[in-house]
Design a protein around this ligand. Structure first.
Ligand code: ATP
Length: 254
């Protein structure tokens, strides 16, 4: 568990974003302490993906600041943004692996693209990340089509952390997975945080998974964060929209 008083790795303040007349984000304030896991929870269309895109500068806000590791990225041009993006790893809903490459080459790909490393150095880095994700040597030469959904997720995660990023953004990492595989993926997210000190931001509408992995949950609804804090704070929220959303899961499990 990260120290909540540590300095923020991501700090968003007064963020507004509209597309035409459609106001999507209307005043977001969010601080994610270094080394912690923040889950952005919210229903479909609440603005989770739009918020995440601001964190890596894929969208510019109409108003507000987006400070990453001490730097406001809003005024940055393409070259500077490219430098900041190297601090990020991304895990997408679909694992987004290259079908024509085996597991080893998929994970090695970012290292070959961005670093002048020897094959031996690449081997060490790839193996260490596959180990962390619990992928045995025998999986290295399999192709994505031959892997289960959960295995593909783990390969995607190994690739996202192979460059030792400071921050990993997860876009709906457990959508479409069965409960056991979901637990396993949650474990992998926690392992990456624990072993590598990674700051994680997870967008999700999976309540069980959010409560499993989050140091902090930010509940997004209609473009504003209605409640933000440790899972137990969300659980006891008196905000009607938060209560209704959580009842969809806790209602069934209490
Ligand atoms: N580039 C864009 N142009 C216009 N509208 C957009 C654009 N990107 C997102 N939106 C709108 O912003 C709103 C929020 O979208 P967003 O993708 O952030 O939702 P979400 O919370 O991630 O939902 P989901 O869980 O369904 O992925 C939606 O109404 C969407 O149509």
């Amino acid at each position: 568990m990260a120290d909540p008083s540590s300095r923020p790795m991501i700090e968003i303040s007064g963020l507004h974003k509209s597309f035409g007349v459609h106001k999507v984000l209307t005043g977001i304030d969010l601080a994610v302490p270094a080394g912690s896991t923040c889950v952005i929870l919210g229903g479909s269309g609440s603005g989770k993906t739009v918020l995440m895109k601001h964190m890596i500068g894929l969208l510019k806000p109409d108003e507000g600041r987006v400070v990453i590791d001490g730097e406001d990225i809003v005024p940055m041009g393409a070259q500077e943004l490219e430098r900041v993006r190297h601090k990020f790893g991304m895990v997408f809903q679909a694992a987004a692996l290259f079908d024509s490459m085996d597991v080893y080459d998929n994970v090695a790909f970012p290292l070959r693209e961005h670093r002048g490393l020897s094959e031996e150095e690449i081997r060490k880095l790839v193996r260490s990340k596959l180990d962390l994700m619990g992928l045995p040597q025998s999986a290295e030469h399999k192709f994505p089509a031959d892997l289960s959904g959960g295995m593909r997720k783990r390969v995607g995660l190994a690739r996202a952390i192979v460059m030792n990023p400071k921050i990993v953004l997860y876009d709906e990492p457990t959508t479409g997975l069965d409960p056991i595989t979901t637990d396993y993926v949650d474990e992998m997210i926690l392992a990456a945080q624990r072993e590598l000190g990674i700051t994680s931001v997870v967008i999700s509408h999976d309540i069980a998974s959010a409560f499993n992995i989050a140091d902090q949950i930010a509940f997004l609804n209609k473009g504003v964060i209605l409640e933000q804090g440790p899972p137990e704070q969300l659980r006891s929220s008196q905000h009607p929209a938060v209560k209704v959303f959580l009842q969809t899961w806790f209602g069934k499990n209490d």
